[in-house]
Design a protein around this ligand. Structure first.
Ligand SMILES: *Cc1c(COP(=O)(O)O)cnc(C)c1O
Length: 417
C-alpha cells in the first residue's frame, strides 16, 4: 500500500484512505491479501454481470490465448470478431446492422458522436450540435465529458469541452418539459441526441419512465435528428431486459455497448449503427471513410470473452436469473425504505437505490459519502455511494446470504447517520 507508485482513478491520495489489495474473486465475492471476503455490491463498477471469473468466459479467454493475441484491425479481420459481430447483429435490434469495435465505454461514445457528425458531413449538411439530458454521464474522455453533466469532476477541463444543448431531466410529473425542450431544440437542426435509456447511472441512479424514452425517440425521428442510446451501463440485462431501450420499444440509430459485453472480464466496446449511418460513409472517396481506430480495436482475446458472454445469454436462463434477482432485491429494499432519513427508494431491473437525507448538503462531495464508504469497508462490502445516494447493483449470481449482508450493511449505515 504505502510506497506504491500507482495513481488511482477517482481517488484523493492526500486523504490516505486504505486501498485494499485484491488477490482473487469468484461469483459475487472478492478476496483480499489480508484474508477478507468482500461482497461485490456494485459489480466492480457496473461491469461484472454473470459473476467474477465465470468459468465459460475464463475458458474462452484461455483458449483464445493459444491462437491469436492481437492483430491490426484496419484492413484485417479474425474469427472471434466476425463471430461476435454476427452474434451481436442477431441479438440486437435488426436495424442496427453495423458493428464498430473499440475498447471502453467512453470510446464507444466518442465513436458514436463522430459517426453522427460524419453522417451529416458526408451528406453535405453541416450539423454539429449534440443534445444531451441533464445529469447524464457518458465517460471521462473530452467528447464524452462534453456531452455529460458539468460539475466538480470536469470544472478544470471546461476550456476543452464543447457546447451542447441540455434538456431538463424528465422527473416524475415534469416529463412534458423535457419533451417540449427536445421539440424546440430539434427545430434548430442538431446532429443528434445522446441519452442513457431509463436510468442515469453516475448522475445518481435517476430513473425516468419508458414513455419519455419512446417519445424522445419519436420526436428525433420526426425531425431527422439522430438518436444515440448509451447502453454502456444499462445493456446486458442491468435494467431487467437485454437493452433498456426494449422497455420503450425504442431502436436507436446508434447504440453504445461496453461494460457487460465481455461479462465484465476484459475491456471491449462496440458502437452499433444503422444501415443509413454506414451508408453515409460508404463511397469510393477515401475522404468519406470513418476516421477512427485505436491500437487494440477488436482485440481477439476480448472478442473471445464477449463471444462466451453471448453464448451464456443464448444458452442459459439469464433473463430468469435477472427477474429473480430483481424480486429478491425488491423485498429487501422495501424493508430499508421505511427507515428514517431514507428518501426515494427506487428500483429498475437489478439496480436498487435510495437517497439519504443529509443536512450538510447533498452532492458528490457530501461528507456523508466518505462516512458511508468507511462503514461499508469495515463491513467487508464493496458499495460506493454517489454522494448521498446509496445503490446496489450486484452480479446476477449473488446468493441470498450475500444480498442480506449488503442490505444489512446499508441498514446499519443508515442507523449510524
Ligand atoms: C461507465 C459508463 C461510460 C464510460 O465507460 P468506460 O468504460 O468507463 O469508459 C459511458 N456511459 C455510461 C452510461 C457509463 O455508465
Amino acid at each position: 500500500m504505502t510506497g506504491s507508485p500507482i495513481w488511482h482513478p477517482f481517488t484523493q491520495h492526500g486523504l490516505n484512505e486504505p486501498v485494499p489489495l485484491v488477490t482473487h474473486a469468484e461469483g459475487a465475492a472478492l478476496h483480499t491479501a489480508d484474508g477478507r471476503r468482500i461482497v461485490d455490491g456494485i459489480s466492480s463498477w457496473w461491469v461484472t454481470t454473470h459473476g467474477h471469473c465465470h468459468p465459460r468466459i475464463m475458458a474462452a479467454i484461455a483458449e483464445q490465448t493459444t491462437k491469436l493475441d492481437q492483430i491490426i484491425f484496419a484492413g484485417w479481420t479474425h474469427e472471434p470478431a466476425e463471430t461476435l459481430a454476427r452474434g451481436l447483429t442477431a441479438m440486437m435490434p435488426p436495424a442496427l446492422t453495423r458493428v464498430f469495435f473499440s475498447d471502453s465505454g467512453s470510446t464507444s461514445v466518442e465513436v458514436a458522436l463522430k459517426m453522427a457528425l460524419g453522417f451529416w458531413a458526408n451528406r453535405g449538411e453541416h450539423r454539429g450540435r449534440i443534445l444531451v439530458m441533464e445529469h447524464s454521464y457518458h465517460g471521462d474522455t473530452i467528447g464524452a465529458m462534453s456531452v455529460g453533466a458539468r460539475g466538480v469532476f470536469n470544472q478544470a477541463y471546461a476550456p476543452l469541452l464543447f457546447d451542447v444543448g441540455t434538456l431538463p431531466f424528465p422527473a416524475a410529473g415534469a416529463e412534458q418539459a423535457t419533451l417540449d425542450a427536445l421539440e424546440a431544440a430539434c427545430r434548430e437542426a442538431p446532429a443528434a441526441l445522446i441519452v442513457e435509456p431509463l436510468i442515469l447511472g453516475a448522475g445518481g441512479m435517476l430513473i425516468y419512465v419508458a414513455r419519455v424514452l419512446s417519445e424522445m425517440r419519436a420526436i428525433c425521428a420526426r425531425h431527422g435528428v439522430l438518436f444515440i442510446a448509451d447502453e454502456v451501463m444499462t445493456g446486458w440485462g442491468r435494467t431487467g431486459t437485454l437493452l433498456a431501450c426494449e422497455q420503450a420499444d425504442v431502436v436507436p440509430d446508434i447504440l453504445c455497448l461496453s461494460k457487460g459485453l465481455t461479462g465484465g472480464a476484459v475491456p471491449l466496446a462496440v458502437t452499433m449503427a444503422s444501415g443509413a449511418i454506414y451508408a453515409a460513409h460508404l463511397s469510393d472517396d477515401r475522404a468519406k471513410m470513418f476516421f477512427h481506430s485505436s491500437s487494440y480495436t477488436a482485440n481477439p482475446i476480448a472478442c473471445a470473452a464477449a463471444n462466451a458472454n453471448l453464448a451464456i445469454w443464448r444458452e442459459e436462463p439469464v433473463a430468469a436469473r435477472i427477474a429473480d434477482l430483481a424480486a429478491r432485491q425488491a423485498a429487501r429494499l422495501e424493508s430499508i425504505a421505511k427507515l428514517p432519513n431514507v428518501r426515494n427508494a427506487r428500483a429498475l431491473g437489478t439496480i436498487t437505490a435510495l437517497d439519504l437525507v443529509d443536512e450538510r448538503g447533498a452532492g458528490y462531495l457530501s461528507q456523508l459519502g466518505p462516512q458511508l464508504l468507511a462503514h461499508f469497508r469495515e463491513q467487508d462490502l464493496l458499495l460506493r455511494p454517489l454522494g448521498n445516494t446509496v445503490y446496489v447493483m450486484p452480479p446476477y449470481c449473488i446468493d441470498d446470504a450475500d444480498l442480506d449482508r449488503l442490505y444489512d450493511g446499508i441498514a446499519s449505515a443508515i442507523e449510524r447517520t
